[in-house]
Each structure stands twice: as C-alpha cells, then as structure tokens.
Design a protein around this ligand. Structure first.
Ligand SMILES: Nc1ncnc2c1ncn2[C@@H]1O[C@H](COP(=O)(O)OP(=O)(O)OP(=O)(O)O)[C@@H](O)[C@H]1O
Length: 457
C-alpha cells in the first residue's frame, strides 16, 4: 500500500479506487490544500500481462493487474524515497493528438478523449497530467461518492424521485455533450458516475471511450451488465452484404442502452439481467420474447416501463433519442408501482432548464427554489441527434431478432401465459433471477481497433 508518497506538490493520502485499468488515489495539494483524485495509468503492456503474476493462484486477471500495478508503483516510489518530481504534459497537446499519434502513445488515448469533453460541468475536470517512465498520472477533480455506493449502500434514491430525475437528466446531458463532440463513452455504469457534495453528476473514466461512430457486432467493450445486445450476443449470421465482414452498429446506441439500465438501477436498485445475451441469460431471453416481462421482474410503473421499452430496443437504431428520453423522464409522474417513487412531480419548464444547465455548486433545493430569480439558460449544448438511417445489416439484425423471438415464442408457451397476467402481482417466475445491483468490471475483448494500454483478454 502506498503511504506517505508525494508527487510534486500533491500528497497521496490513500487509494480510493482500482479498476481493470488504473489505480486512483486521494491527494491533497500541499500548497492550496485542495483535494484531488490522481489516477495512475501504467504505460506499456508487457509489465501487465495477466499471465505473469504475483497475485494468488486462481485470482481473476483484474485482481492480478491491479495488484501488479500497486506493486510496481510501490517499488517505483520507494526507489525515489517516496517523492517523485515529475514534468507536466501540456493538456492541449494531448487533446489535439491525432489518431495515428495516439496509436504510438496509447496511454494518452483515455486522457485525450477525456480532455475533449471535460469542459462540461458534469464531467470530472482534468487539471494536470504528470509523466513518469512507469506511469502517467492524471490529476482530477475529487468526488467523495459514486452512484453505486449511493444507490446500494446508502439507498439514497429510494425515496427521492426528484433526485432520480436530477441525476438521470444530468447524466443524459453529459452523454449528449460527448456525442455532439464525437466521443462515445462505452462504459457508462454507476461506478463511473461520481456525485459531488450537492448530488451533481461528475462523470469519470473515459478509458474505453472511442470516436468510432460504428463498432462491429460482438465487439464486447464495456461492463457486461450495461452492454447492449449487439455488443455481446449478435447472431453470427448478421454480416455485411459481402458476407465477409461483420456488421457495424452505431456506437451512440450502445450508450443509450446503458442509460436505460442506469434508469432501472436508480429506480429499482436492481439490474434487469446480468448479460443481454439470449442464450446465456434466461431473464434477457424472456425479455426478448416479451418486453412486458419488465413489469413482472421489476417494480416499475407503466409509465417507466414505456420509457424503458423505447430505450431497450434490440434494434440499435430504433432506440429513443437522448432528447426524447430526457423529455419523457422529466414528464414522468411515476417511476414505480408502489412506494415513495410511485408519485413524482413532472418538471416545470424552469425546473427542466435548471436540471440541465450548470448546476455544479448548487444543491437540488437551491435549484428548485431559485430558478425564478435566474436568467435564461446560459449554455446551449448542441442537441446532437442520432443518425437514424437504418443500414441493410442493421435491418437484417433486426429481422433476425424478430424471427428469433417469434419462433421461440411459438415453441415456448410459458411467456405467453405470463403475458396475460401482466400488471397483476405474480409469483416470481422460477428461472428469472433477482439481479441485485453489484459491481461490474470493465472489459475490452475483440476490439482490435482500440488499443488500450492494457493487454486485451
Ligand atoms: N475523480 C475521482 N474522484 C473520486 N473517485 C474516483 C475518481 N475517479 C475515479 N474514482 C474511483 O476510482 C474507481 C476506478 O476509477 P476508473 O473507473 O477511472 O478506473 P478504471 O481502471 O478505468 O476502472 P474500471 O475498470 O472499473 O473501468 C472509480 O470507480 C471511482 O470509484
């Protein structure tokens, strides 16, 4: 464990996060006493090969990687008496690196993507980038809570529909901002959504983000619970007209799918399924046959069910646009069929504007009560509407899914029987899983065009 370490004027206090790709530390600037988060991203790949290892036999590759990174950093600091003096790298020069330049410096890819969007008030700001031979260190805004802990451990949203709206609408606004700038996050999950002291969203971790407008089927990038079906379970029969190259699917639609799962997390404290894979996940397979299954496996209201079914469309290009989702969530008057979230106020126009403009530094109470005293929204992010053109391979995928679903329904009578009971309190079907919300690790497989600094597995 790193203790008493210092990089330039930053004292590292403790480790606050570790993922598949980096270690994050709480740090204090000894001059200003401001708090920061410092994310260490190791350069190169050889040192981090998951087959080499100092971790316990049987440990998962993710554990081995973060253990190795910790060990490397420990010895690195030790060799400099725990004090590193590192040069800063000019942020504009990283942000402006071209794709070919990023190929040669893959450890800068995450930082470059992050820098292109971090002006948004609900995205964690990158303050400095410090360079050492072993690792690159990103100095970031520090946020003390993440959405996962707030939803699960603190049950923070269970009784507050307004807070659900605030956080969800801010998140949509972040993704709209990113998409309008040609950046697709690809790893939206509660662990990557931080909250400031006023419950405002601070999005982090652009490690898997990409500028690719389309990705091949089954590219498998993201975290399994939040991954869209075309990323993990696209039928192999779906190919381009030449029958040689895999079909391509719009990247924006993958982010929209993940937002739908987040909306379920916020309102139900559950995941609908563990994997949007028809063969490997029973619940998802039932959902494909009949989306009304959501009304039985989750405590969602009819209104929320209708919003979710327009987000969680199998056909990527048919998914609701961000603007539509935001409008409908703002208008929604009931998230669940009983309990505190069964009644929630529709947002008035001024409230809507408040929820979607720069809120950092204002509490929800202040936002709700002070809206009339402020002028018009000072920020007009481009409302980048999604490309809705349906390509032949996407249409073919849609057809395959429809055929799949129709043919399975005819041989499997159970879901049809359940469908007739929709809306009534039914016993939980035996083979549906109660998917309580748990942490989910990011993965990148089969993603050759995107060289993350880690070995891909
Ligand atoms: N700015 C920050 N302030 C506070 N905590 C942070 C900050 N950035 C990251 N963290 C914490 O560290 C964890 C890991 O950070 P991050 O997601 O950036 O790393 P990663 O290696 O890409 O992780 P993953 O494999 O889960 O995607 C986050 O889930 C979060 O809890």
């Amino acid at each position: 464990m790193l203790t008493n370490c210092q990089i330039n004027n930053f004292k590292l206090n403790r480790q606050i996060g570790s993922g598949a790709y980096g270690l994050v530390f709480h740090a204090v600037d000894l001059i200003t006493e401001n708090e920061y988060a410092i994310k260490a991203v190791v350069k190169g790949t050889a040192q981090l090969d998951s087959s080499a290892g100092d971790a316990a036999p049987g440990a998962s590759p993710e554990i081995k990687r973060s253990t190795m990174l910790q060990t490397q950093l420990y010895y690195y600091f030790k060799s400099f008496q725990n004090r590193l003096f590192l040069p800063t790298v000019d942020l504009d020069s990283i942000r402006d690196l071209s794709d070919s330049q990023l190929e040669g410096a893959p450890h800068f890819r995450e930082i470059a993507m992050h820098l292109r969007v971090h002006a948004h008030p609900n995205i964690v700001t990158v303050h400095q980038v410090l360079e050492s031979p072993l690792a690159t260190f990103m100095v970031l805004d520090y946020c003390s809570r993440d959405l996962f802990t707030s939803i699960v451990d603190h049950q923070y949203f269970a009784k507050n529909g307004m807070l659900v709206k605030q956080v969800f609408l801010q998140l949509c606004s972040v993704i709209q901002h990113c998409h309008a700038r040609g950046i697709y996050h690809c790893d939206i999950k509660p662990e990557n959504i931080l909250l400031d002291e006023h419950d405002n969203v601070c999005m982090c971790d652009f490690g898997l983000s990409t500028q690719a407008e389309k990705l091949p089927a089954n590219v498998c990038v993201g975290s399994s619970y939040y991954m869209a079906p075309e990323r993990i379970s696209c039928p192999s029969s779906v190919q381009n007209a030449d029958n040689l190259t895999p079909a391509l699917f719009p990247t924006w639609a993958g982010d929209i799918w993940s937002l739908g799962i987040i909306l379920v997390n916020l309102t139900c404290i559950r995941n609908p399924w563990l994997k949007a894979h028809q063969v490997e996940d029973n619940t998802f397979s039932y959902f494909v046959k009949d989306s009304k299954v959501l009304l039985k496996i989750l405590p969602v209201s009819q209104q929320l069910y209708e919003i979710l079914s327009d987000i969680l469309k199998l056909e990527p290009t048919a998914r609701a646009s961000l603007t539509d989702i935001m409008e409908r969530v703002a208008d929604c008057t009931s998230f669940t069929n009983s309990g505190p979230l069964s009644e929630v106020a529709s947002l008035s126009d001024p409230q809507r504007q408040r929820f979607l403009i720069n809120h950092r530094g204002l509490s929800i109470k202040q936002m709700l009560h002070n809206y009339h005293s402020d002028d018009e929204c000072d920020r007009s992010y481009s409302q980048g509407e999604s490309d809705t053109e349906v390509t032949s391979e996407e249409e073919s995928y849609r057809q395959t899914c429809l055929v799949d679903s129709a043919s399975t329904r005819s041989v499997d009578a159970e879901p049809t029987k359940q469908q007739s009971h929709v809306g009534k309190q039914l016993p939980f079907p035996v083979d549906f899983q109660m998917n309580l919300l748990t942490k989910n690790m990011s993965v990148v497989t089969n993603y050759s065009s995107h060289s993350r600094w880690l070995p891909q597995y």
